[in-house]
Design a protein around this ligand. Structure first.
Ligand SMILES: C[S@@+](CC[C@H](N)C(=O)[O-])C[C@H]1O[C@@H](n2cnc3c(N)ncnc32)[C@H](O)[C@@H]1O
Length: 397
């Protein structure tokens, strides 16, 4: 997995070649998420100077973020040809190859890179990782996906708070409080074991008009408490990140929806696993990519797929937020009564095999889209609300 955050991959260095105002503007559009303006400007620079390394590199990174890796490759390779001593350019090029052709292509490229000035330590580490990955994937190409290149989910959540400006917030699965800290409104946090330890985060967590913490499993919470009564009004925004088994997330979703408004938003975490081992119900299976060994998404992908297949009236926006996606669900129905029992749905979900569906097939069916497309408040609101308004009360179906 790339360890360099996307925003740090966008360059505006002062180099021997003067940094043009156009490149700075392009990078600024890029960072703010105006992908069309950034792409147009990068291309303008390259029309004047086709070998401009930074413009080539940045355009390549942007095209990866736009999930157009095949188009990115020539630019990433051109950047590398210009400045082969730069590990960042090698890393981006390998990432482009992983996205466009898979790990085998990336490994071949790295093995042939020996005499092209690749930094030695970088090459050894990358080849080692890719050899393990290629061997473990073996005959299971449908078992692996490249990394997601949207912004990290916490930044997307921060933008959601800033854009939706919820009056009330509910979070299931709080742990250290890193995501609860993003809410500025009346909030409820639920977790059987809070693990607050960082005083700065705690200060952020309590920076709210009211905060209720329930140290218990979410099922026990909903058995006993009515969140809308506790908050004084329905839930405007919720983040579900508790137990990573599909039946838990299904119950968390249905229980939360009952206390929402039609225009509220429920965000689901970890529904885009990157490879099969992390998508299993068991933890700590051997990862295909050694860099993903600590990652566990569980089988909550099943819940996302169930909602997609059985609740077509829901508005689902599936973002490629790093590392394992963020699904925004809106057009909710607080009065919803399942036509079949929850147990039937669980049975149906558990009958699905991601090995058969394949990860690529699952991503296609879910309609994964580049998070960079929804950076502005207008884009975000237009997507989660049919009328693009900040009014959460009306039925928008
Ligand atoms: C991945 S962590 C949450 C991380 C946090 N939302 C963040 O992004 O920083 C998952 C949390 O879910 C909690 N959890 C596990 N089972 C749960 C349940 N049944 N109800 C609520 N929370 C649960 C765990 O204790 C753990 O703290």
């Amino acid at each position: 997995m790339s360890t360099v955050p996307v925003e740090k991959q966008i360059e505006t260095r002062a180099t021997a070649r003067p940094v043009t105002a156009a490149l700075e503007s392009a990078a600024s559009f890029h960072r703010s998420g105006d992908a069309a303006a950034a792409e147009a400007l990068y291309r303008e620079i390259l029309a004047a100077d086709p070998r401009h390394s930074e413009a080539n590199h940045n355009l390549g990174v942007l095209l990866i973020q736009l999930r157009r890796a095949c188009e990115a490759l020539p630019h990433l390779k051109a950047a590398l040809d210009g400045e082969p001593e730069r590990p960042l350019y090698w890393r981006s090029c390998v990432e482009g190859l992983m996205q466009a052709g898979g790990p085998t292509e990336a490994l071949r490229f790295m093995r042939e890179a020996g005499d092209r000035g690749v930094p030695k330590e970088f090459a050894a580490a990358m080849i080692g990782r890719l050899e393990v990955l290629v061997k473990r994937i073996g005959e299971r190409p449908g078992a692996w996906m490249p990394d997601l290149h949207g912004e990290v989910y916490t930044r997307v959540l921060k933008r959601l708070h800033e854009t939706l400006r919820p009056q009330t917030y509910l979070e299931i699965g709080v742990e250290t409080g890193a995501t609860l800290a993003l809410a500025r409104c009346a909030s409820i946090g639920i977790d059987p074991r809070f693990q607050f330890s960082n005083m700065d985060v705690v200060r952020q967590i309590v920076a709210k008009p009211s905060l209720m913490l329930y140290q218990m499993a979410s099922d026990a919470f909903f058995d006993r408490w009515h969140p809308a009564e506790l908050l004084g009004s329905p839930i405007d925004f919720a983040f579900l990140d508790g137990m990573h088994h599909c039946e838990y997330l299904l119950r968390d979703f249905l229980n939360t929806e009952r206390y929402c408004l039609p225009g509220s938003v429920i965000a689901l975490h970890d529904c885009l696993p990157l490879e099969l081992p992390m998508a299993e119900r068991a933890r700590n299976l051997e990862a295909l990519d050694p860099q993903r060994q600590t990652m566990w998404a569980g089988d909550v992908w099943r819940t996302a797929l169930l909602l997609k297949r059985r609740r077509p009236e829901l508005r689902m926006t599936v973002l490629d937020a790093a590392p394992t996606g963020l699904v925004l669900v809106s057009n909710l129905d607080p009065q919803y009564q399942p036509i079949v029992s929850c147990e039937d749905w669980v049975e149906e979900m558990l009958s699905w095999s991601l090995e058969e569906i394949t990860l690529a097939g699952y991503y296609r069916e879910m309609g994964v889209e580049p998070e960079i497309h929804l950076r502005s408040p207008e884009q975000l609101l237009a997507r989660v609300r049919a009328d693009g308004s900040s009014d959460r009360s009306s039925h928008v179906g």
